[in-house]
Design a protein around this ligand. Structure first.
Ligand SMILES: [Zn+2]
Length: 327
């Protein structure tokens, strides 16, 4: 039986309460094994919390009211940190169940568990909560690697589709190099998941308009969700490709975000040897960049306030409410 409300780290919300939403951001991320790196700077929780609170309050000042952190279970997910940051800042935060792709995830356990058990674990984290925390996942994360979906990834994506169908929560995906979006759609659609419940993430990492257009033409949401990460794509290309999709009539399928990371657990390998070096390399990669710098550029390109609200309010609301039995 599908849920009737959206689950957040601090309770439930109605779709119309989400408001301006960033659908893919992170407070904490650590690559699997980060705790092995004894030479990395020690994680200081209080400092990380203060930093997260400042960033979230800056976003509230910019009109954002919901922050979705689709951290996979195996990338340092800490839902109590998220709930505490939510309470400290006043920002609504949604967390996820689900795991990362095979080449970069912590794969030993799920490699050996059958599909049915992984499905049940995802459902349990949505319906009953994560560990002993009582905090429930409000979405499911999936991830596939570069160009080829491995058997491991296929099993996890299938489990996610079944769990999303059973509970009504959406799926938020990771793709590598903007590849395998169609495989994600094929698997989810094959399990009977409505495509309005699937966000094919990181699809802005290509110049290929036709790849992007073919995803939305199948009914999925598309993520232009790495604004500020010039390492993968320039914002100018992201904006130009978004405008092409909008001109083709797909404004209602685009979701925007940054995939920002407030604090790293361990070192931000493989991208840079230190967090400061990474920030110096990517000065715009912060969760306020869209509202401060990109939205004005979208207005210059002719988008109206209504169009901006479609991107930041209506589309996230529809992603999170498609599967609910409330509306
Ligand atoms: Zn991410």
């Amino acid at each position: 039986m599908a849920l009737s409300k959206i689950q957040t780290t601090t309770g439930t919300a109605l779709p119309e309460e989400l408001g301006k939403t960033l659908v893919h951001e992170h407070l904490l991320v650590g690559f699997p094994g980060w705790e092995l790196d004894a030479r990395a700077p020690k994680f200081k929780r209080a400092e990380a919390m203060a930093r997260a609170k400042d960033q979230l309050q800056e976003l509230i000042g910019l009109g954002v009211s919901t922050f979705v952190d689709p951290c996979p279970m195996d990338m340092g997910r800490d839902v109590e940190f998220l709930a505490e940051a939510s309470q400290a800042s006043g920002m609504r935060i949604i967390c996820t169940t689900g795991a990362y792709f095979e080449a970069q995830g912590n794969t030993m356990t799920f490699r050996h568990l059958p599909l049915e058990e992984i499905t049940d674990i995802y459902i349990q984290e949505v319906e009953d909560g994560i560990g002993e925390t009582g905090i429930k996942a409000g979405a499911i994360k999936i991830a596939t690697g570069l160009r080829v979906v491995t058997d491991y990834e296929r099993k996890l994506v299938t489990a996610a589709a079944r769990a999303a169908k059973a509970t009504g929560v959406p799926i938020i995906s990771h793709t590598e190099g903007a590849t395998c979006g169609h495989d994600q759609i094929d698997i989810a659609a094959g399990e009977g998941l409505p495509m309005g419940q699937l966000l094919v993430g990181h699809s802005d990492g290509t110049t290929d308009h036709w790849y992007q257009r073919s995803l939305v033409e199948r009914g999925a949401f598309i993520g232009f969700d790495r604004f500020g990460i010039s390492l993968f794509q320039s914002d100018e290309v992201r904006i130009a490709n978004m405008m092409k999709l909008i001109e083709a009539g797909h404004l209602d399928k685009i979701l925007v975000s940054h995939d920002s990371i407030s604090c790293w657990l361990g070192r931000p390998m493989p991208y840079a040897p230190t967090w400061d070096a990474l920030q110096a390399m990517l000065p715009d990669w912060r969760s306020s960049h869209l509202l401060k710098n990109i939205v004005p550029k979208l207005r210059e390109r002719g988008l109206t306030e209504r169009d901006i609200d479609t991107l930041l309010v209506d589309n996230p609301r529809r992603l999170f409410s498609t599967g609910l039995n409330c509306c």
